[in-house]
Design a protein around this ligand. Structure first.
Ligand SMILES: [Zn+2]
Length: 247
């Protein structure tokens, strides 16, 4: 069993770097309020979500999931990110959206059942696209108006209902920076459970058009040298892989 303890966007780890055990869960629960606790036998995952972690003993420390992503294995990231995703989903999935009845956990799947209209509600995943646009030796990075305002990043956005991922890439780029692109290629994906995104990573080439920024969304966008650009996504993230051609 893999024991994962989270609090908001952070994960609690042991200072001696040993994996958490059931005994650690008892320790942590004794001095901190619990928000959620569940076990998934299928994934050998046991999760403790704390409402706050103001009383951590000297045995433990906390680190953001973004930092945790940098130097842990794909399997370890899966457990941590699944813990975060399911905790958020539990919090928001208490009543049936169709008939309003109180939901109950499904006996077989990680899902919630409506006892009245018999719907089964599975954990929600929201697909998003993220794209790095190349123009010769240059790459396009943008600074957003309201999120991560100090950071240049790839163009990204939620997919719309009915769209293919490739159409979403074209639309987002046109909307946010006014450019037409070509040679859109899928490069990989990453779970981003803040709260429930799946980032689908693409590269594309500039085709035509002048930079024209969508004012409400984009504060600045520029062509940068790949080796000398201001973007600072963490290693292990899909943005880092796109910028550093790790695919
Ligand atoms: Zn229902």
């Amino acid at each position: 069993m893999n024991f994962v303890c989270i609090v908001d966007k952070e994960i609690i780890l042991r200072k001696d770097e040993n994996p958490l055990t059931g005994a650690d869960f008892e320790n942590l629960k004794a001095s901190n309020p619990v928000a959620d606790e569940f076990t998934e036998n299928l994934n050998e995952l046991s999760v403790l979500a704390l409402a706050s972690a103001d009383n951590l003993s000297d045995l433990y420390y906390r680190v953001t999931l973004r930092e945790y992503n940098v130097d842990h294995t794909t399997e370890e990231r899966f457990w941590a990110y699944r813990a975060k995703a399911l905790t958020g989903w539990h919090k928001e999935t208490k009543y049936c959206g169709a008939c309003g009845a109180k939901l109950v956990p499904d006996a077989k799947f990680t899902a919630m059942d409506c006892p009245e209209c018999k719907r089964i509600i599975f954990p929600r995943i929201s697909p998003c696209i993220i794209v790095l646009i190349n123009k010769g030796d240059k790459i396009l990075l943008a600074r957003h108006s309201y999120r991560n305002q100090d950071m240049y990043a790839c163009i990204a956005g939620f997919m719309e209902a009915g769209e293919s991922a490739e159409s979403a890439v074209k639309r987002e780029v046109k909307e946010e920076v006014g450019l037409n692109i070509k040679n859109i290629r899928y490069r990989g994906s990453q779970s981003w459970p803040f709260p429930d995104q799946l980032m689908l990573g693409f590269t594309a080439e500039y085709e035509s058009g002048e930079l024209k920024l969508q004012e409400e969304e984009i504060a600045d966008a520029q062509w940068f040298d790949r080796d000398n650009c201001p973007a600072s996504p963490k290693p292990g993230s899909i943005a880092y892989r796109l910028i550093h051609e790790e695919f």
